[in-house]
Design a protein. Structure first.
Length: 480
């Protein structure tokens, strides 16, 4: 901050600073913005952002579904596409008056588009297509209108790792404030493990919250088993027991943020109005004294009294609004869709994971990161595309680490989400591979694996990395 201020050609008005201190408090006048908090929020946004690979895949599949042969898309290489023809039904949606007012006009063709904002910045001829663009929004509207029924009826996906045999239930949860405004809306997922239900009875079936992004790691399609399908309505009723606590936890996080904002508004908004009212009281006392001495000050008194009344009303309104903004209530979750997850019949050896061995890999990684002076955090359960977020306390710089472990020596597999995130995070993404985890663990660290590795092959939604690449491209760290 000191270096930034030194480069700004400004003169500090000490009288003005003194006035700000008096009016709004010492803290607001002398403390710069909490850049640490802003950076933390930016990091979280980066981690959760829907990456271009997914928006592009959705766009291409939806265009094909909407228009069949009538949708003409060409791959121009380098991450660019050309849209030569837009399906009739999509164009018809874009011609609606309400749509045009919200999103603008849809062109008949787009010679070159990209879904990557960074690419669009350096290539001016490419049109950046994503949420908010009329082409993307018209297609999204078509999907919502035509395929919502399919979403509620459900679909079948396959777990390439062969571990999941159950049902994913998707719900939309909403929290409102006392003003009737939406304070937050989130997609929730719950996984019902049918294998435990079969072994122990339906009432003992395990239902747990899951990250909706889990769907990205599953392969589309699959064969349903011969046994009867589970009762969806019974599953939904049972799922509420796990869903409502998750929604309550979400409301709690929103409440903490609303309380923080209210504290700021209380400190600077309320105190400022109280100060202005107090100052007007002083002015009015002087004017009343002058009127008693015979001065003609009725008009200034009227103006000051009106101004004071305005401030008092604003103060009362602010306090009322703050109370309503901090009064959060949960709405009833809305069922969105369902997915039947089938385990793959044949699982590649590289994709078979032993929870005990994986835990060894996590322990080795966490210990190494602490030895290097960083603060690691296990975020594997959040399904962010990496297992560990490791922060350098001195600089705030973060490493995003995916951990793979093998009992002996063998290849490893990265999910599609992990591989895409590796490409997005670049040098900030690290692959930690722990070989011989069952005996004497050996840690190999590969920075920027999307650049430095060439997967041997892609199996469904997995990228296989051979041992030769791990040993050849990774930095070996001796671990015990």
């Amino acid at each position: 901050m000191a270096e930034i201020l030194a480069e700004l050609d400004i003169e500090v008005d000490e009288d003005y600073i003194a006035q700000v201190k008096e009016n709004l408090g010492e803290s607001l006048a002398t403390h710069y913005i909490d850049y640490t908090r802003i950076r933390e929020m930016a990091d979280r946004a980066r981690e959760h952002r829907l990456i271009p690979e997914y928006t592009q895949a959705f766009f291409q599949k939806a265009m094909e579904t909407a228009g069949g042969d009538g949708a003409k898309i060409r791959d121009r290489g380098g991450g660019f596409l050309a849209v030569d023809a837009i399906p009739f039904e999509v164009r018809r949606i874009a011609q609606e008056d309400d749509f045009k007012k919200r999103h603008g006009l849809l062109q008949r063709r787009y010679p070159i588009i990209t879904f990557d904002k960074d690419v669009a910045r350096w290539y001016a001829k490419a049109e950046f297509v994503s949420f908010g663009h009329p082409l993307f929004e018209a297609l999204l509207a078509w999907v919502e209108r035509k395929l919502t029924g399919s979403l509620s009826r459900g679909a079948v996906f396959t777990d390439p790792d062969g571990r999941m045999d159950g049902v994913l239930l998707f719900y939309e949860g909403e929290v409102q404030d006392g003003l009737g405004q939406v304070a937050g809306r989130r997609l929730f997922a719950l996984y019902a493990d049918l294998a435990t239900g079969e072994a122990c009875g339906e009432r003992s079936r395990t239902i747990r919250p899951a990250n909706p992004a889990l769907l990205w790691d599953l392969a589309e399609g699959g064969e349903l088993p011969d046994r009867p399908s589970p009762d969806l309505e019974a599953l939904k009723q049972q799922a509420l027991g796990a869903l409502l606590p998750a929604l309550a936890d979400y409301r709690k996080k929103l409440q903490a943020e609303r309380d923080r904002q209210a504290e700021i508004k209380e400190k600077y908004g309320v105190e400022s109005l109280e100060y202005l009212i107090l100052r007007l009281d002083g002015d009015l006392i002087d004017l009343y004294a002058r009127r008693e001495r015979g001065d003609r000050v009725d008009l200034p008194i009227y103006n000051k009294e009106e101004q004071k009344r305005t401030y008092e009303e604003a103060l009362a309104e602010l306090r009322r609004t703050l109370g309503q903004e901090c009064s959060l209530t949960m709405g009833m979750p809305r069922f969105v869709g369902v997915v039947r997850v089938m385990p793959a019949r044949q699982v590649d050896a590289a994709m078979q994971e032993d929870p005990d061995i994986e835990q060894v890999g996590m322990e080795v990684t966490m210990e190494y990161e602490r030895e290097q002076g960083r603060v690691p955090e296990d975020v594997a359960a959040e399904n962010l595309g990496f297992d560990v977020r490791s922060t350098d306390p001195a600089t705030g710089r973060k490493r995003y680490i995916e951990v793979k472990a093998r009992a002996k020596v063998g290849p490893v597999a990265l999910t599609q989400n992990e591989w895409f995130k590796a490409g997005r995070f670049g040098p900030d993404y690290y692959l930690h591979v722990v070989l011989n985890a069952a005996a004497q663990p050996e840690l190999y660290i590969i920075q920027d694996p999307a650049t430095n590795l060439e997967p041997q092959e892609r199996v469904e939604v997995r990228y296989l990395v051979p041992v030769a690449d791990i040993v050849g491209s990774g930095t070996r760290v001796h671990s015990t």
